[in-house]
Design a protein around this ligand. Structure first.
Ligand code: FNR
Length: 368
């Protein structure tokens, strides 16, 4: 049985409960990383190699953590990133995240491979709630074009093209547990069905086009007016290429450690990237996001100090949803807001604009 929700005091507490109460197959799919899970573990621990350099005697009576991401205002600089197969963890799937995100004025990224249909997830939003679309590019570009243009019509504000998954990583925990058909459908928005015999991750890989390349980027720009962000960029050279390609942003990410093992963490790539963008004077040409291993608001603060516009958070919301449903997700979001307020006060930054790279010592994440 699970402890009362009030006894979850931080995001890692949800993970511990989820591990105990979730179905084995669902836990295996959500929690697994690729190969030896070295990247998975380092995503979180990389944040521990960064230390704060707080300012004192700053007036921090009022804290404003609101910010703008890709042109829209939001309450706090994190978003719910795309994670496939929400119904493995909760019978209602991704709409649980949609409703919680609404109540906290948080942006949600809808996965191509959601368990709920895209329209169900759009229908679940209220008011001026902002949603983005994560895109796996189908070999059949007509299908891709339909997905993109439908999302734009339904009000999605940005398109996150996943570029770190020309083939899905081997997540052995997931493969061992197999994917049991428990009423969860693994379907793309085009309605194709897939072979589920080798674990959920293997089953969904048939949707992804490994021939996708930089040459395709102008085509995306020609079919949509949504902002375009490349999700899964892993080296500064590619950030510069993205800038030259004229996209609106990149997510420095290794897909939550689920793709190339021993790829560096987003926060580490960020620390190596920003000085080079500044050297070239292009740091404001596109927005830089990171994801992977963000579990505390102090992690968010560190990313923003190093130049990120915002961060994505994946597994913690899946775990909160699986263990406690919508109230769990909302509590996780509230805990992050409480931590964020405290961290900004203690570091001496009353607004997001006050965070800068003099407030962290990031020598511990210096990449070459
Ligand atoms: C993901 N992620 C992901 N990314 C993507 O572009 N398309 C997808 O379908 C999925 N699916 C998915 C499922 C599950 C269960 C997880 C855990 C992750 C990656 C995700 O967007 C993000 O990069 C990581 O989850 C960030 O790491 P944390 O916050 O989970 O540590």
């Amino acid at each position: 049985s699970r402890p009362p929700l009030e006894q979850c005091y931080n995001l890692l507490d949800f993970e511990a409960v989820a591990k105990r109460v979730m179905k084995k197959t669902a836990w295996a799919y959500y929690s697994s990383g690729a190969d030896d899970e070295i990247t998975l573990r380092d995503n979180h621990s990389a944040f521990h190699r960064i230390w704060f350099r707080p300012k004192v005697l700053v007036d921090v009576e009022k804290i404003d953590m609101s910010t703008t991401m890709l042109g829209t205002k939001t309450s706090i600089p994190f978003y719910v990133t795309a994670t496939a197969l929400g119904k493995l963890g909760h019978s209602e799937g991704e709409v649980v995240l949609t409703k919680a995100a609404h109540n906290h004025n948080v942006i949600q990224m809808i996965p191509t491979l959601a368990s709920c249909s895209f329209d169900e997830i759009c229908d679940a939003k209220s008011g001026n709630q902002i949603q983005w679309l994560q895109l796996y590019v189908n070999k059949n570009r007509d299908i891709t074009k339909n997905i993109v243009q439908h999302a734009e019509k339904r009000g999605c504000k940005a398109l996150f093209i996943t570029v770190d998954a020309p083939q899905l990583g081997r997540r052995e925990k997931d493969m061992r547990s197999k994917f049991e058909d428990n009423g969860t459908s693994v379907q793309s928005n085009s309605g194709e069905s897939v072979d589920r015999s080798q674990g959920a991750a293997r089953a969904i890989s048939s949707f992804i086009d490994p021939s996708l390349s930089w040459k395709d980027i102008p085509w995306f720009k020609s079919i949509t007016n949504m902002k375009i962000v490349l999700k899964g960029v892993q080296r500064v050279e590619d950030v510069i290429k993205a800038c030259e390609a004229g996209v609106d942003g990149v997510v420095l990410s290794n897909h939550g450690g689920r793709q190339l093992d021993t790829a560096p963490s987003g926060i580490e790539i960020l620390a190596a990237t920003m000085p080079i963008l500044k050297e070239r004077g292009i740091q404001n040409k596109l927005e830089i996001y990171i994801d992977g291993g963000v579990r505390r608001a102090s992690d968010i603060v560190k990313a923003l100090c190093l130049g990120a516009t915002g961060v994505g958070i994946g597994r913690p919301f899946l775990y909160a949803m699986s263990a406690y449903g919508q109230p769990g997700v909302e509590r996780a979001m509230q805990l992050l807001k409480d931590e964020m307020e405290m961290n900004m006060r203690l570091i001496g930054a009353p607004t997001i604009a006050d965070l800068n790279d003099t407030m962290v010592d990031a020598r511990g994440v210096a990449l070459h």
